[in-house]
Design a protein around this ligand. Structure first.
Ligand SMILES: CC(C)(COP(=O)(O)OP(=O)(O)OC[C@H]1O[C@@H](n2cnc3c(N)ncnc32)[C@H](O)[C@@H]1O)[C@@H](O)C(=O)NCCC(=O)NCCS
Ligand SMILES: Nc1ncnc2c1ncn2[C@@H]1O[C@H](COP(=O)(O)OP(=O)(O)OP(=O)(O)O)[C@@H](O)[C@H]1O
Length: 318
């Protein structure tokens, strides 16, 4: 029976780290959780109550018999993963801004350059179509008076309610946001399978909700100075000064958001000036496909194999 005694502890971090990284692409949104759970399971198993060393040693022997093949197997999987080209990994870029600050304008330019974009506003419109769960909940809480004659939601009426009542806005957000996020996740996975190198997520409330920023490699803010934002919003939507101000006030001020973003595109001026900034951003995104994954995988392989060779040598020499 293979028994490595106290050397077993070498294998524990090796297999835990290895398995964590093996699972990483499958669970890229909870990688830490998976690693800790795995590690904790092993620790719990090791330290469960036992009366004497005579019971403890055979238990360790059983654990090491399971651990050894898994330690051998895990570096092999990671080695295979590290041989994958860098194109097989994907990162996310969060794009945000304020109402009428120019997100759609920037997104259109990025699409022209061939970027994959997922638009939260488009998804927000889809998930409130009749027969969807969010639609039923909106009708239950806001009443049938926010419906058009054809049964669809009257967006103008609903907008007038939620932009003048913060608590109703929160209620609408709590209905729609989980559905929007589920659909975004599906689309991200679809782009991953299709082999996209990065995906841009256009999320107007990215910094307000702040739940998704940790998954973004970069965050881009489409900025616009406040007077220009107000006048563009009024011109586009035909809103009164007070209505437009209420909509802008429903979001974090752009000056505050620009401090939170890793990149800022200033869309206060001419479209051509914006286009030049978009071109620079695009070049940086293209250049930032680094080899982090491959480097981490190679590091784990070296540590794992080194630990195993050391253990095997000690086992067979003694
Ligand atoms: C209130 C609704 C019906 C108004 O629809 P309308 O067609 O007039 O506007 P549209 O959906 O195109 O949104 C325009 C802009 O308004 C702003 N906005 C929309 N919803 C919100 C909100 N809940 N809080 C603050 N700003 C918002 C965003 O900047 C967005 O880009 C609609 O925006 C909605 O259902 N909002 C809730 C879902 C949501 O939060 N969407 C934002 C994307 S996550
Ligand atoms: N640089 C620019 N110069 C002049 N007009 C612009 C410029 N950028 C955008 N606009 C106009 O401003 C309005 C808002 O732009 P856009 O729709 O891109 O903003 P948005 O952030 O996507 O808006 P929302 O979040 O409200 O949907 C549009 O009417 C657009 O044509």
């Amino acid at each position: 029976m293979v028994y490595f005694g106290e050397n077993f502890f070498w294998l524990l971090p090796v297999t835990s780290a290895g398995t964590g990284w093996t699972l990483y692409p499958c669970v890229q949104f909870k990688p830490k959780l998976v690693k800790y759970l795995y590690l904790e399971l092993w620790i719990l198993y090791l330290y469960r109550p036992c009366d004497s060393t005579s019971v403890f040693r055979p238990r360790l022997a059983v654990v090491s018999r399971v651990t050894l093949p898994s330690a051998l197997f895990t570096p092999a999987v990671i080695l295979a993963a590290s041989c994958l080209p860098a194109e097989s990994t994907m990162f996310l870029v969060g794009l945000s801004g304020g109402i009428a600050s120019g997100k759609s304008t920037v997104v259109a330019m990025l699409r022209e350059l061939g970027c994959a974009v997922i638009d939260a506003d488009v998804i927000a419109r889809e998930v409130v179509q009749p027969h969807f769960k969010a639609y039923r909940q909106i009708v239950r809480y806001f009443g049938t008076e926010i419906l058009l004659e054809n049964g669809e939601i009257n967006r103008e009426a609903l907008g007038n309610i939620i932009f003048s009542h913060p608590e109703k806005r929160q209620l609408l957000n709590s209905i729609t946001h989980p559905e929007i996020q589920k659909e975004m996740l599906k689309q991200i996975l679809k782009h991953f399978v299709l082999g996209c190198r990065y995906v841009i997520l256009d999320i107007p409330l990215l910094f307000e909700t702040n739940r998704l920023t940790k998954f973004m490699k970069y965050t881009v803010l489409v900025y616009c100075d406040p007077p220009t934002q107000l006048s563009r919003l009024r011109k586009r939507s035909g809103l009164s000064q007070a209505e437009a101000e209420a909509r802008i006030a429903a979001q974090l001020p752009l000056d505050q958001k620009r401090k939170l973003a890793t990149h800022v595109i200033d869309n206060s001026g001419e479209r051509e000036s914006t286009r030049r900034q978009v071109l620079r951003l695009h070049a940086r995104l293209q250049a930032s496909l680094d080899f982090l994954w491959a480097r981490l995988a190679a590091g784990t392989v070296v540590v794992g194999l080194g630990g195993l060779v050391y253990l095997l040598l000690r086992h067979f020499i003694s």
